[in-house]
Design a protein around this ligand. Structure first.
Ligand code: UDP
Length: 251
């Protein structure tokens, strides 16, 4: 019997199965300040990922014994909605949710001036509404914007993006299919202005040259996302200014 031909995720012309070039990000949409009752919020669409981030705080810590005398306690909850993936996900926090909550918190923690708010907590809630690979990175990008929207002083915005290896090629911003069928995945979070990496993980195998290439590609992706984050923040304030001007005209 003839052997069945397996369709490659990246073709001979270096075009990926979703039409992207090797070093191309998925389309990204960012919105800031979309939840009326949170202190800060942001929404991200990155390819088919749809993620909401809401921030509460700085506020009094509950339970009180968790208060830190010299800084604010940052807490983060990453949660995937039951309908966010193809097979229904239990609404209860999974081991993966708990791990990602910690990893995401540690990625934006270096950017926050927590010492300005001793004995308080800053809580970040991340709801993944639809997942298609790279949700930890998209969550970090959205959480950082939500923190800025809450008016919390930051050393820099944190932008995150993965690079990896698929069908022998180093590619940027892997989607679910590429993540599952590829050889390696390297999520990275970065403060562009400070030139500091705040998260670096790796799943799979890469040679040292490929590793360096993947890091450089992920950094390039983060720089592009950083520009989009700044535009999204500015867009919110242009909107606020226009609303205020309209109010003044009516008086
Ligand atoms: N995923 C899934 N079911 C799960 C968890 C994850 O289908 O219970 C998918 C989802 O699309 C996710 C992808 O697998 O984005 C990769 O998950 P991973 O743990 O590598 O984290 P991520 O790449 O989302 O940061």
């Amino acid at each position: 019997m003839p052997k069945k031909k397996v369709k490659k995720v990246v073709n001979k012309e270096n075009i990926r199965h979703d039409g992207r070039k090797l070093s191309e990000l998925r389309p990204i949409k960012l919105e800031v300040g979309i939840l009326g009752n949170a202190d800060g919020s942001a929404y991200i669409e990155q390819g088919k990922n749809k993620i909401l981030a809401g921030v509460y705080g700085p506020k009094e810590v509950h339970p009180k014994h968790l208060a830190l005398p010299d800084r604010s306690r940052l807490r983060c909850r990453y949660h995937m909605a039951p309908f966010s993936v193809q097979e229904r996900k239990s609404p209860a926090p999974s081991r993966r949710d708990i791990e990602l909550s910690k990893v995401i918190r540690e990625a934006f923690e270096p950017s926050v001036f927590t010492e300005y708010y001793p004995k308080t907590s800053i809580d970040i809630f991340i709801e993944v509404l639809q997942a298609d690979g790279g949700t930890r990175c998209a969550s970090i990008t959205a959480a950082s914007l939500a923190l800025a929207d809450a008016g919390i002083p930051l050393r820099d915005l944190v932008s995150a993006c993965a690079a990896g290896k698929v069908d022998g090629r180093i590619v940027l911003d892997l989607n679910d299919k590429e993540d599952k069928e590829g050889e390696a995945d390297l999520p990275l979070a970065y403060m562009s202005n400070l030139n500091a990496i705040t998260l670096l993980q790796m799943d799979g195998m890469l040679t040292s040259e490929e590793f360096e290439q993947a890091i450089n590609l992920a950094l390039e992706g983060c720089n592009q996302i950083y520009q989009l984050q700044k535009e999204a923040l500015k867009a919110k304030y242009v909107e606020v200014k226009e609303t205020m001007n309209e109010g003044a005209d009516e008086q």
